[in-house]
Design a protein around this ligand. Structure first.
Ligand code: SAH
Length: 272
């Protein structure tokens, strides 16, 4: 396979692909991502969150390294060095690389070093959490908006993006990196006028074979339920007026499938 062969001193540096591994289940990587892993000369993976099984697609001679004990500078150096030796190098990241993934901090030094790079998107954990619970993020006449956010941890939130302000929209909120800060999520939602019986969903390790946990509760009892279930990290908190809609007695119809509604691909039926 030419792509994973070692280059001579004269050959240009290889290309670095930032590949979204998906939320945990190795089958949830994209076909394009999997094909790149199959041809990779070296893979640097985010071990703390990406199941090592995601590297099972790598060829036998591939150099595979877990990045969990590396600084950003060490990761960039590692990638640059491997790009000097391999035509194809993969940085495998959890979920989608564009969400809380230090993508730009890594690509800027690569560009400065003249190394070509590209991104393959991945299934983000917010999508996997909704899929696990059989829930929808949008529903006609309920909410048509999704906010992907987090609470301030060591990374402060920019002005105007505190959870209380965002929650005032009463749309679907997917809160990353905040499982240990559920108090703050509760406080912010209450301050924004969410009722104590508003449904809240927490999914830990969405899509991980045998490890996924789904916790359903309300704004008032979700903290205790998460404590009972020992939810600590790798969990997504979802607050949404759509939660539980599978059980509702009535639902506004989606206009797209309404017989009275014409669109590009279908004419409204005469009878409707
Ligand atoms: N780029 C990733 C997010 C990285 S930040 C993505 O697109 O999903 C890490 C946070 O993502 C965790 O704190 C948790 O909130 C969430 N997360 C990652 N994997 C998860 C999973 N399998 N189930 C639930 N939440 C997950």
């Amino acid at each position: 396979m030419t792509d994973s062969s070692s280059g001579s001193d004269a050959s240009p540096p290889g290309k670095i692909w930032f590949v979204g591994a998906g939320p945990g289940d190795p089958d949830l990587i994209t076909v394009k991502g999997r094909d790149l892993l199959r041809r990779a000369g070296a893979i640097l993976y985010a071990g703390s969150l990406v199941d090592r099984a995601a590297t099972r697609y790598a060829p036998p001679d591939c150099e595979i390294r877990d990045s969990k004990d590396m600084t950003l500078e060490e990761m960039v150096d590692w990638l640059c060095e491997r790009a000097g030796r391999h035509a194809l190098v993969v940085r495998l990241q959890t979920g989608d690389p564009a969400l809380y993934g230090t993508l730009i901090e890594m690509t800027r030094p690569l560009t400065a070093a003249g190394i070509d790079w590209a991104v393959v998107p991945g299934v983000s954990s917010a999508m996997a959490s909704m899929a696990a619970a059989g829930e929808t993020m949008t529903l006609p006449e309920v909410t048509q908006t999704v906010i992907l956010t987090r609470t301030a941890g060591r990374t402060p939130m920019p002005e105007g993006e505190d959870l209380e302000s965002l929650a005032a929209h009463h749309c679907t909120l997917c809160v990353y990196l905040s499982a240990t800060l559920i108090d703050e999520v509760q406080r912010a939602l209450r301050a924004a006028g969410w009722r104590d019986d508003a449904p809240i969903l927490v999914v830990q390790k969405a899509s991980w074979p045998d490890e996924e946990k789904i916790v359903r509760g309300t704004l008032s009892d979700i903290k205790q339920k998460c404590r009972d279930e020992k939810i600590g990290s790798q969990a997504m908190i979802v607050a949404s007026p759509t939660l539980g809609s599978a059980e509702w007695e009535t639902l506004a119809r989606s206009k797209l499938y309404d017989p009275a509604f014409s669109h590009r691909y279908r004419r409204a039926s005469e009878a409707a």
